[in-house]
Design a protein around this ligand. Structure first.
Ligand SMILES: O=C(N[C@H](Cc1nc2ccccc2[nH]1)C(=O)O)c1cc2ccccc2s1
Length: 156
């Protein structure tokens, strides 16, 4: 039975000792907030940085992109296409940036799919929910928003 004190801290937390009292406290390395209680869950990053690949379809909120003036593919075709891209990436046949730059139906394609840093409340809910679940370096499964189907890579 490993002693709770020896167990590693959840991701994003560091242990500190108070200079004034000598007491141990815990620091969220992302938000710089501290707390006395030993954390049980990974620290809320507050903000994340992600890149994504978006495949739109005829029912997308805006069925148009830098690639195609009018996007007519069906939802099923879009999902199949996105899954083929994900397979190329996970088998190292292609890089994420190469696929995003060539095929993503989001204007972020020009930046290799990079969306920059964002906090909660900035992106469509299903996208945000998945993005904040990812560990840094992790590639999501396909998710759906009103824009179409995405795979998300958390980079920070
Ligand atoms: O909403 C955008 N682009 C839309 C497609 C889209 N829909 C999204 C929904 C969630 C996250 C990213 C998304 N991108 C479009 O081009 O029709 C954004 C483009 C960019 C470019 C740079 C940084 C942030 C963003 S957000």
């Amino acid at each position: 039975m490993s002693n709770q004190e020896d167990a590693p801290l959840p991701e994003g937390w560091e242990m500190r000792t108070s200079r004034s009292t000598g007491m141990t406290y815990f620091l969220n390395i992302y938000t710089k907030k501290s707390q006395w209680e030993r954390p049980e869950a990974p620290a809320d990053p507050g903000e994340v940085r992600c890149s994504h690949i978006l495949v739109k379809h005829a029912e997308s909120r805006r069925p148009s992109s830098w690639r195609e003036e009018t996007i007519t593919r069906t939802k099923e075709e879009a999902m199949d296409l996105l899954k083929s891209y994900r397979k190329q990436i996970v088998t190292n046949e292609s890089t994420f940036v190469d696929i995003a730059t060539k095929y993503s139906d989001c204007s972020s394609a020009k930046r290799g799919g990079d969306l920059g840093m964002f906090g909660r409340g900035q992106m469509q809910q299903p996208f945000e929910e998945e993005a904040f679940k990812l560990k840094v370096g992790q590639l999501s499964k396909p998710i759906e928003t009103e824009s179409g189907y995405h795979i998300i890579l958390r980079t920070m």
